[in-house]
Design a protein around this ligand. Structure first.
Ligand code: DP6
Length: 326
């Protein structure tokens, strides 16, 4: 073993979304985005760089050996780390998730943030949080935000050096409730779906244009500690993104009938006077933004209206944690 490292990161859910790349290779997004890193949706990854004659990179996720696309994507990411560290060594990567894989729960965000952290330690690279954010971005865009805990702002930038996330200072008492409509793998990858939305949806540019104003409104609401102002813009930004997807040709739809039922339940709960706004990513599960103080009651109301659906409250969680080098 030439070097080893271990790190853990939590998934983040975007409040103002990232959907589309201005540069596919560097993963420079078309819009800036804002997210909340959550407790209890984590990936823990260990990386060992081995002797040169150890053969190709190997990857296991939850003890299952991986090949094909997953391994290719991890290997290409490790190449960036190897290049930066000036090493050639093949790697052994082992990863454990508490995030249902591919269910639109942003598993790639925790995965590539943890991989960036573990690989850098293993390669002897000492990067700042901002540099780690830029590196994690190359694996999966949303991963750049999981380097930080709580609220994080990914400024789109225009090149590798200017596209990174940073923490947003806030005293807000926030919680996100994950409503697990379906744990099945997504039908179309977000990468492919973004491409199709950009190149065929007549509504895409309108969403991009609105996104800047949405972000400013969300940041102002956070500065004012005003959940009643933050919630509506969070929900509208996600619905606008999905409207752009639905207008793509052929349409990109992550909606299941139960997704609509869940949205409707959120509307009812809000009409009853509780704070609750829904957001949706590249999968059928909704996440409900509320306050930490109201979270238990909102979850209870959701469970009552959506019997049999798995509903979990998540508080804001920490960013990347380096667990050790040996
Ligand atoms: C809908 O970060 O998974 O969750 O950069 O292609 O790996 P790649 O995409 P990814 O996309 C996340 C999209 C989203 C919105 C968001 O997290 O901002």
């Amino acid at each position: 073993i030439v070097g080893q490292g271990q790190a853990q990161a939590n998934a983040n859910i975007a409040l103002i979304k990232y959907w589309g790349k201005a540069d596919e290779d560097l993963i420079i997004p078309t819009t800036s985005s804002l997210s909340l890193t959550l407790d209890g949706l984590s990936t823990r990854t260990s990386v060992q760089f081995l002797d040169l004659n150890a053969g190709p990179d190997r990857l296991a996720i939850d003890d299952q050996p991986q090949g094909g696309k997953a391994l290719g994507r991890v290997s290409r990411f490790l190449d960036l780390v190897r290049r930066q560290a000036g090493i050639d060594a093949p790697a052994l990567v082992s990863s454990y998730n508490t995030v249902p894989y591919g269910a639109g729960l942003a598993s790639s965000s925790s995965a590539f943030a943890a991989l960036a952290g573990a690989a850098c330690v293993a390669a002897g690279l000492d990067l700042s949080p901002r540099e780690l954010s830029r590196l994690a971005r190359r694996g999966s865009g949303s991963a750049c935000r999981s380097i930080f805990g709580g609220l994080a702002l990914w400024q789109a930038g225009q090149d590798d050096a200017s596209s990174y996330a940073q923490p947003v200072d806030s005293q807000m008492d926030l919680a996100l409730i994950v409503v697990l409509v379906s744990g099945q793998e997504k039908r179309i990858s977000s990468r492919e779906a973004m491409r199709r939305t950009i190149s065929t949806s007549p509504l895409y540019q309108a969403w991009v244009d609105q996104s800047q104003a949405d972000l400013e409104q969300a940041l102002a609401a956070i500065r004012a500690n005003d959940l009643q102002a933050l919630g509506p813009v969070v929900e509208a930004n996600a619905l606008g993104m999905h409207a752009a997807m639905l207008a793509a040709r052929p349409a990109v739809s992550y909606w299941l009938p139960d997704t609509l039922l869940a949205f409707d339940a959120v509307r009812q709960i809000r009409a009853d006077g509780l704070s609750a706004w829904a957001t949706l990513d590249a999968g059928p599960n909704i996440k409900v933004l509320t306050s930490g103080q109201e979270a238990a009651r909102v979850a209870e109301e959701l469970r009552r209206r959506l019997p049999g659906v798995n509903i979990q409250v998540h508080k804001p969680g920490p960013g990347l944690q380096i667990i050790g080098s040996d």
